[in-house]
Design a protein around this ligand. Structure first.
Ligand code: UDP
Ligand code: MG
Length: 315
């Protein structure tokens, strides 16, 4: 019998876990597959771990991996991928925003053998602040223009994949992970399924605007060198401009003499150019910082507690 692995990153999800567990069990008991539920406790500060331990003691399908601290959702997903043993593997949020009820249909599509993964995207962004939607849309437009990673607007991390595809993801062991980009970058044939946005069942989102903004910038820097070339093109452009300005000043001096004026505007130009230089340095700094973190080869996650005997605990 084929096996399905569900990876569920959990960070302070004590309120939504019971809902998730009940619904997931209901769906999984109806399908004709063996299954495992891999809960990754990402350093929660509430009762998440004890709830997971309770499930694990009652249900042999449940495995939990508890991190030594909060490593972030990307690390939690990576830990899940490293430990999943199923033929089909999916990542799902613990808050039922990724409805388990879609799984049977997703499995059917993969069974036809035509696709390697079934990915989901939100049809609408209802229930989300307008300004956030606007930034999100701009982010997708920009990143698709300037990078190789093909990222679909509204794509969620919820997707069901064949084991081969997950092996490819595991092989991309970069420290700065941006899964939406990685999924697109590795290729494979993907079927896109749209569904209406659902609100969280309980608890609160862990993402505020600032965190999302930083996540978006990370995504761009991880998958594109465009910001760095924009910086150098800007440098070339400014050099040309100043050269032309210099010519104008010299010619004016020769023809009209020097009426000494424009102290204020000079300062403005100096500050403006100084600002641009600092900005470009910052862009370059971002790439150097990423390279620095990559060269350290630090592990993505550290599992301090698990019920799985052959678990990958550090990677
Ligand atoms: N999550 C995690 N580590 C974190 C933040 C979030 O494992 O540092 C998990 C969280 O428990 C949830 C999923 O990632 O299962 C998505 O988080 P959330 O629902 O807060 O994000 P949203 O759906 O609002 O984008
Ligand atoms: Mg959510």
């Amino acid at each position: 019998m084929k096996k399905v692995s569900l990876i569920i990153p959990c960070y302070n999800e004590e309120e939504s876990l019971p809902f998730f567990y009940k619904e997931a069990k209901e769906v999984l008991s109806k399908i004709n597959y063996d299954y495992e539920l891999l809960f990754v406790n990402d350093g929660s500060k509430d009762e998440t771990l004890s709830i997971l331990k309770k499930y694990a003691s009652e249900d042999e399908h449940v495995k939990y991996f508890s991190f030594s601290r909060n490593f972030g959702k990307e690390a939690a997903m990576y830990a899940g991928f490293c430990n999943a043993q199923g033929d089909y593997i999916a990542v799902m949020d613990a808050d039922l925003q990724d409805p388990p009820s879609l799984l049977p249909e997703m499995l059917q599509i993969l069974e036809t053998g035509e696709y390697d993964s079934v990915a989901t995207r939100r049809e609408n962004r209802e229930g989300e602040p307008k300004i956030r939607s606007w930034f999100a849309r701009k982010f997708y437009q920009i990143i698709n223009k300037i990078s190789d990673a093909d990222i679909v607007d509204g794509a969620r991390d919820f997707r069901l994949m064949r084991k081969e595809m997950v092996d490819a993801i595991v092989s991309m062991s970069e420290y700065n992970r941006f899964s939406k980009g990685i999924f697109g970058w590795i290729g494979f044939k993907t079927y896109w399924m749209a569904y209406e946005n659902v609100e969280r069942v309980a608890g609160e989102t862990k993402w505020n605007f600032w965190k999302l903004f930083k996540y978006a910038i990370d995504g761009i820097i991880n998958f594109s060198l465009a910001p760095i070339s924009i910086a150098s093109w800007f440098g070339i452009f400014m050099t040309l401009c100043s050269f032309i300005a210099l010519l104008i000043v010299i010619i004016r001096q020769l023809i009209f003499g020097d009426p000494v004026a424009g102290w204020a505007s000079t300062i403005c130009v100096i500050i403006f150019i100084g600002g641009i230089q600092l900005f470009c340095l910052g862009v370059i700094g971002q790439y150097i910082a990423k390279t620095y973190m990559e060269t350290k080869h630090r592990p993505h996650f550290i599992v301090s507690d698990t019920n799985s005997e052959d678990a990958v605990k550090v990677k």
